[in-house]
Design a protein around this ligand. Structure first.
Ligand code: PLP
Length: 397
């Protein structure tokens, strides 16, 4: 996945354009720029890449999720349904708004189970946030119909799935709002950065204003702009956008390398009858950022994960024992360890996590191994790696 692996002259040249001009800010200073608008240009590129009407760049993927929810009017006391398997950013972005994350089970897609979503809906539910984890997706038609039926905002975190698609549409572009991260380890990187995309013009205008102190961005005199509503600062800088602009142009090359490497490893592992791959919904095409497979049980998965580590097969994760991506180890959330007082309604809203178990999610995550697919691997290297992985799996069954 990491775009940082392939870095070079194009990125350097693009950053130098900005430094030579001296305008590091994405808004204003029109007279000084000599035509350089890196953030605007990146938004235009992403609009084409993700086949969407509107793109708002922001400072991170976490900011993107929070800005997306805020743009749809989600805030204090509202419940947002999200999966048990994701990055900690998902609940952070919800809690930043004073809203309440409601964690529900995943299924064999490793993403939200539509039945678990429907079962978790209450009168306070305002949104469903699907996270397209590790390069693949949920059953989006099923989730969309649940959202339509209950009149919920549908948000899609596609931070780890750039380049994947569902029924011909890019992941991130299917729900009401899509979120991307361009942090240092994502498929394309800005260093730090993110984007909110939508076909809904109101959500887009809200995101545009909210992510820049509520500025209306009308006219070219920032000092004369008004503030139709409150906002914060989640802006991206021209320097970061400049890196992303060079990277996005290389996305087709990155995705082709990812797919080549993914296919080699998958073809080798699928010869082992005990290895089962994640479910990809009908009409779905993985981004190939990760290869995910299930082993027969937790013990085998732990042994294989350990054997991979000891034998130098790097970048493979057993998320059951990992602190960042799965509810099991999120004690700071379960115990609500906050630096500052948390609103009473959020505390009460999170009570359900006390002693809660997620048997269905455990049954998938305990057996899952998720291997990052790197772009820098040479073809011969990937073939050797695939053979070694197969050997280590067979030796530990
Ligand atoms: C990386 C990531 C984020 C957050 O992105 P940052 O840019 O690091 O804030 C959110 N969701 C998922 C699924 C991610 O992988």
């Amino acid at each position: 996945m990491p775009g940082f692996e392939l870095f070079g002259d194009a990125e350097r040249e693009s950053v130098n354009d900005v430094l030579d001009n001296g305008v590091l800010m994405r808004y204003g200073f029109d007279g000084m720029r000599n035509g350089h608008w890196k953030a605007k240009a990146l938004e235009a590129e992403l609009q084409k890449t993700f086949q969407t009407n509107h793109v708002q760049l922001v400072s991170s993927g976490t900011a993107a999720v929070s800005v997306a929810l805020a743009s749809a009017g989600i805030g204090a006391g509202d419940e947002v349904i999200m999966p048990t398997f994701t990055f900690v950013a998902s609940f952070e972005a919800i809690m930043m708004l004073g809203a309440i994350p409601i964690l529900v089970d995943i299924d064999s897609t490793l993403t939200l189970d539509p039945k678990a979503v429907e079962a978790a809906i209450t009168p306070k539910t305002k949104a469903v946030m699907v996270v397209q984890m590790c390069g693949s997706m949920a059953d989006m038609d099923a989730l969309k119909s649940v959202c339509d039926k209950h009149n919920l905002v549908f948000v899609e975190d596609a931070c780890q799935a750039i380049g994947g698609s569902y029924k011909g549409k890019p992941l991130g572009s299917i729900a009401d709002l899509g979120c991307f991260s361009f942090d240092f380890v994502k498929t394309i990187t800005c260093g730090e950065g993110g984007a909110v995309i939508s076909n809904n013009k109101t959500y887009y205008i809200n995101a545009d204003h909210y992510s820049d102190h509520g500025h209306d961005h009308i006219g070219s005199d920032r000092g004369a702009e008004t503030h139709p509503f409150l906002g914060y600062n989640f802006r991206i800088s021209e320097l970061h956008a400049a890196v992303g602009l060079a990277q996005v142009k290389r996305l087709p090359e990155f995705l082709a390398l990812q797919k080549r490497n993914f296919d080699i490893i998958r073809a080798e592992l699928q010869q082992i009858p005990e290895v089962e791959f994640r479910t990809v919904p009908d009409g779905g095409v993985e981004s190939c950022a990760f290869l995910n497979f299930f082993l027969p049980d937790l013990d085998i998965a732990r042994r294989v994960s350990q054997a991979f580590k000891e034998s130098g097969v790097d970048a493979c994760f057993h998320y059951y024992d990992n602190n960042w991506h799965y509810i099991r180890k999120w004690n700071h959330l379960k115990e609500l360890k906050s630096l500052f007082p948390i609103a009473q309604e959020v505390k009460e809203g999170l009570q359900y996590l006390q002693g809660k178990t997620y048997k269905q999610s455990d049954s998938y995550i305990a057996r899952n191994i998720s291997c990052l697919i790197k772009l820098s691997w040479r073809e011969e290297e990937v073939k050797q790696r695939a053979k070694k992985m197969a050997q280590l799996i067979k030796a530990n069954l």
